[in-house]
Design a protein around this ligand. Structure first.
Ligand code: NDP
Ligand code: ZN
Length: 368
């Protein structure tokens, strides 16, 4: 039953983009609990650059003036809706960047539920199945998501290490798997932007068997990238001739950068083999563009695309692969508070994170 779920949840909220890095502790009415919903008491939450893009209104306006972000959530199930079959009270589970979808369309029924036209993001999204309640993220005491978007966490994976896999991990794993298959031996993969997503992409591409090359703007992350599994490292701002040196090398390039001003698409397309893809999971502010035309791709027969999160089936496969190959995020744990939220947001914004902040100690942050 769901009677025991508090009517109000608590979270760290911003009211508008001018206070994006100063979240304040607030309480707010929770979303209704639908038949397939799972209710979590949150334990930890990672900080994704998407949180910053959203708080800064880089992708659009706030849909509420007490907006709580965070979509790398791990917590304990405290209640489930009538139709939930997969989860039990007390179980440790995760939620990523999407929290519900229609369950009925072709995409929902073919393991592409993240692409459902009616999907609701985990925060700042009006949920059509809950009276257009604007969803609230995981810098909060509790979360509610449809069981399709709730993932079981393996017992031997600590919550703080599981959290970044819920968004960063699956977002890079899905396009790696779809483009390389589960055995990438003999293939060469480039990963651009060694941050939260990129450092997991290096590890997961390696776990799939690929030869992995890290692209970073400077050489400051070189030693760490090699430890994370990169076979080679290119500092694009420092090695001016990298694109001629690596001409016709890559079977796949995955862009994980949070902006495009440091990227020259032509250079990256020229290092792809013929008929290969450059996929961007990295998302810049909506006003920044690569500026492409058919001529951009012509000389390499190249394709350009994007990828959104991953399906639940892919999350489960990622968790298995991660366990087998000891893929783990490199994290800095941050006890959740107004001051620490602010510090971590500022540091991530300034690129001062190696490689993921994870908010912890939720039991101390929220009064019962
Ligand atoms: P991080 O800040 O942890 O890492 C981003 C990395 O991008 C940096 O470490 C840096 O790498 C590089 N970078 C930053 N600014 C620029 C720039 N102006 N030009 C070129 N490179 C730059 O961010 P996250 O890993 O958390 O997120 C990465 C991106 O992925 C964000 O845009 C986020 O919104 C997006 N995202 C997309 C999802 C999807 O479904 N498609 C899901 C989740 C996130 P280096 O120092 O190595 O150059
Ligand atoms: Zn994210």
């Amino acid at each position: 039953t769901t009677d025991s779920v508090p009517a109000k949840f608590q979270g760290f909220a911003s009211s508008n983009k001018n206070t994006w890095n100063k979240p304040k502790l607030v309480s707010y009415d929770r979303k209704q609990i639908n038949p397939h919903d799972v209710v979590l008491e949150n334990e930890v939450c990672g900080l994704c650059y998407s949180d910053i893009h959203t708080l800064q209104s880089n992708w659009g306006e706030y849909n509420r003036d007490d907006l709580v972000v965070g979509h790398e959530i791990v917590g304990k199930v405290i209640a489930v809706g009538d139709k939930v079959t997969e989860f039990k009270i007390g179980q440790r589970v995760g939620i990523g960047a999407a929290s519900s979808a229609c369950r009925e369309c072709n995409r929902c029924k073919s393991d592409n539920e993240q692409y459902c036209a009616k999907a609701a993001s985990t925060y700042n999204a009006p949920d059509v199945r809950s009276n257009n309640y604007v969803t609230q993220g995981g810098y909060s005491s509790h979360s509610i998501a449809d069981e399709q978007f709730v993932f079981p966490i393996p017992d031997d994976l600590p919550s703080a290490y599981a959290a970044p896999l819920m968004c960063a991990g699956i977002t890079v794993f899905s396009p790696l798997l779809r483009n390389l298959g589960s055995d990438a031996k003999g293939k060469t993969v480039g990963i651009i932007g060694i941050g939260g997503l990129g450092h997991l992409a290096l590890q997961l591409a390696k776990a799939l068997g690929a030869k992995v090359v890290a692209f970073s703007r400077t050489s400051s992350k070189k030693d760490q990238a090699l430890k994370l599994g990169a076979d080679e490292f290119i500092a694009t701002n420092e090695e001016k001739d990298w694109s001629s040196k690596y001409h016709d090398t890559f079977d796949f390039i995955l862009n994980c950068a949070s902006g495009v001003d440091g990227l020259n698409l032509q250079d990256y397309l020229s290092v792809l083999k013929v008929d290969k893809k450059f996929i961007s999971v990295g998302l810049p502010p909506a006003t920044e563009q690569f500026g492409v035309s058919p001529f951009t791709f012509l000389k390499h027969g190249a394709s350009f695309g994007s990828s959104l999160l991953g399906s639940k089936v892919e999350v489960l496969e990622m968790l298995k692969l991660a366990a087998k190959h000891n893929v783990k995020p490199w994290i800095e744990e941050v006890p959740l508070s107004e001051e620490n939220c602010s510090k971590a947001l500022n540091r991530c914004h300034d690129g001062d994170v190696r490689y993921r902040f994870v908010f912890t100690e939720f039991d101390k942050a929220f009064a019962k």
